[in-house]
Design a protein around this ligand. Structure first.
Ligand code: DUC
Ligand code: ZN
Ligand code: ZN
Length: 469
C-alpha cells in the first residue's frame, strides 16, 4: 500500500514566514511529511515552477442571505464554494443572519441545513446579531460560542440590522465574557439617513449617489464610536471592510494606543472608485459596483495600501455579497430605479480576491509573498479560531493547498467565473499570477479553472477561540 495518498513535488512552499523548495506528502487529508524528496505516493502532482501556498481562507462572504422581499442572492452554498475553490480558496466563513424576532439558534440551524452536503470546500459560520434580546445575550449566544460559533458581526447601520449604542455595548460585554470576537460594520445609521433624504429631495437618485450618501466621515465617525465602545468594555474587535484613509487612520490611532483593534480590507478598496458607480449615459450599470462602504478614490486606495504595508490590516477578504445585475430579483429590482437606496448592496468577489491581491500586491512589488499568505490565509485562521488546523503548510495541518503560477497573465472575464452572479465588477481587469490548482483536505477541487471536486466533500466545521482573545 502507498505510504501517501498524494505527493506534491517540486513546488516552492510559501508560508507567512518562510519560503523553501520541498515536496509535500499527504495522507487522509492531512499533511504528514515535508521533505526534500517524497517517494511512495499513490498520486503525484508536479509543481515545478509553481508556488505551493496555504489555501485561501475568505473570512467574509455572504451566501443565501435573505436580503428583502422578492430578492435572491446569486449564490447558494454549492455555487459559492465552487467559485471560491476555482479562485484558490479552501475555506470560507459566511454569516448566519439572525432575522429580527427569531431565535439565533434556529437561524443557525437553517443555514447549516442549506450548507450541509452542498459545499465543495470547508465552511464555517459567523453569526450576525440583529436582535440582541435578553434570551439571545444571556442564553443563545453563550451556548453557540461553546458550540464553536466563536465570532459574530454587528451593524451600525441598516433598518433591519442596526444596533443602538447600548445594544452594541451589551453585545461587546457578552463577547468579552464568552471570549468571542466581534466584527463591526462601521457606518453611522442616522447620518446616512439624513444624507439620503437630502439627496433624494434634490433629485439625486442614480446609483452613483449611493457613495455620496455614505461618505468617509460617516465611516470614520462609526469606526471611532465602535473603537470607543470596545475600549469601554475592554474587548478586542475586528473592523470589517475598511474603505479608505479616514477609517484606516482611526484604526491605526487605536492600535498606536495599544488597543486590541483589528481591521480587514477588500479588493474593491484597492481597485474600484466612486466613479465606477456612475455608469454610462445615466443607465443603471453603476449598480454593479454598489457596495457598502462604497469604493472611494485613488487617494483612498493609496491609504489602504499604506495600511496593508504598515500592518494596520490583518485580513484581506472579499466581502462577497453577490446579486445578479440584469434581474428583477437582483440589482435591477423595480424599486432600484426610483432611488440608489433601493439598489441591493454588495458585489461578487470570492473567486477574484486572491488573483487581484496577488497581482496588485506581489506582482507589482508592493508586498512580499509572506505578507500575501498572512493576509489571505494565516491570519484568517488565527483570528477566527481555525489555527493550527488551517492557515499554513506544515505537518498535521489539513492538506489545504493552492498551487499558484506567479507568472501567468490572465484577464478576468465573467465567462470564466463559477459564481452565480451574471457579472463581475472586474470584467477586463488584467492580473499577473493565478491559482492553477486548489487542493482541499488532500483532494483536487479545481484544476485550471475546471471544478473536479465533489459537492459535499466540504464540511461545515466549528471553530475554536480567536488568537486575539
Ligand atoms: N456589509 C457587508 O459586510 N456586506 C455587504 C453589505 C454590507 O453592508
Ligand atoms: Zn458589512
Ligand atoms: Zn459583508
Amino acid at each position: 500500500m502507498a505510504q501517501f495518498d498524494l505527493a506534491i513535488r517540486g513546488g516552492t512552499i510559501v508560508t507567512a514566514s518562510d519560503e523553501f523548495r520541498a515536496d509535500i506528502g499527504i495522507r487522509d487529508g492531512r499533511i504528514v511529511s515535508i521533505a526534500d524528496r517524497i517517494e511512495g505516493a499513490a498520486r503525484e502532482i508536479d509543481a515545478t515552477d509553481l508556488l505551493a501556498l496555504p489555501g485561501g481562507i475568505d473570512s467574509h462572504v455572504h451566501i443565501s442571505q435573505p436580503s428583502g422581499p422578492d430578492v435572491v442572492m446569486a449564490d447558494d452554498f454549492a455555487s459559492a464554494t465552487r467559485a471560491a475553490a476555482a479562485g484558490g480558496n479552501t475555506t470560507i466563513l459566511p454569516f448566519a443572519l439572525q432575522i429580527k424576532g427569531s431565535s439565533l439558534r434556529a437561524c443557525v440551524e437553517a443555514y447549516k441545513k442549506l450548507a450541509d452536503g452542498e459545499c465543495y470546500i470547508d465552511t464555517s459560520f459567523h453569526l450576525i446579531i440583529s436582535d440582541p434580546t435578553a434570551v439571545v445575550l444571556g442564553q443563545e449566544l453563550p451556548a453557540l460560542v461553546k458550540d464553536g460559533y466563536t465570532s459574530f458581526k454587528v451593524f451600525m447601520t441598516y433598518d433591519d440590522l442596526v444596533l443602538s449604542d447600548k445594544q452594541l455595548l451589551e453585545v461587546f460585554e457578552v463577547a468579552r465574557r464568552e471570549q468571542a470576537l466581534v466584527m463591526v460594520h462601521c457606518e453611522g445609521y442616522d447620518a446616512i439617513r439624513h444624507l439620503t433624504e437630502k439627496l433624494e429631495r434634490e433629485g439625486h437618485i442614480a446609483p452613483y449617489f449611493h457613495g455620496t450618501s455614505r461618505p468617509q466621515i460617516v465611516e470614520r465617525e462609526a469606526t471611532h464610536r465602535a473603537i470607543s465602545h470596545a475600549e469601554i468594555v475592554g474587548v478586542p474587535i475586528m473592523i470589517v471592510h475598511v474603505s479608505g484613509r479616514e477609517a484606516m487612520e482611526q484604526v491605526r490611532w487605536a492600535q498606536q494606543r495599544g488597543l486590541p483593534v483589528h481591521a480587514e480590507t477588500c479588493p474593491q478598496y484597492i481597485t474600484l472608485t466612486a466613479d465606477d458607480m456612475k455608469g454610462l449615459n445615466m443607465d443603471m450599470s453603476g449598480a454593479k459596483y454598489v457596495c457598502s462602504p462604497p469604493p472611494r478614490d485613488k487617494a483612498s486606495q493609496d491609504a489602504i495600501w499604506d495600511g496593508i504595508i504598515g500592518g494596520v490590516f490583518h485580513t484581506f477578504s472579499s466581502d462577497h455579497c453577490p446579486f445578479r445585475y440584469d434581474d428583477p430579483k437582483g440589482k435591477l429590482t423595480p424599486n432600484s430605479r426610483t432611488s440608489f437606496c433601493w439598489v441591493l448592496n454588495g458585489i461578487p468577489g470570492v473567486e477574484t480576491r486572491l488573483p487581484i491581491f496577488f497581482s496588485e500586491g506581489v506582482s507589482k512589488g508592493r508586498i512580499s509573498l509572506q505578507k500575501f499568505v498572512e493576509l489571505t490565509s494565516t491570519n484568517h485562521a488565527r483570528i477566527y479560531g481555525l489555527y493550527p488546523r488551517k492557515g499554513s503548510i506544515g505537518v498535521d495541518f489539513d492538506a489545504d493547498i493552492v498551487l499558484w503560477d506567479p507568472k501567468l497573465k490572465k484577464t478576468i472575464r465573467q465567462s470564466d467565473l463559477h459564481h452565480g452572479s451574471d457579472y463581475t465588477p472586474w470584467e477586463g481587469f488584467e492580473v499577473t499570477g493565478w491559482p492553477v490548482m486548489t487542493i482541499a483536505r488532500g483532494q483536487v477541487v479545481a484544476d485550471n479553472g475546471k471544478i473536479v471536486g465533489t459537492k459535499g466533500a466540504g464540511e461545515v466545521i466549528s471553530r475554536g477561540r480567536s488568537s486575539l482573545i
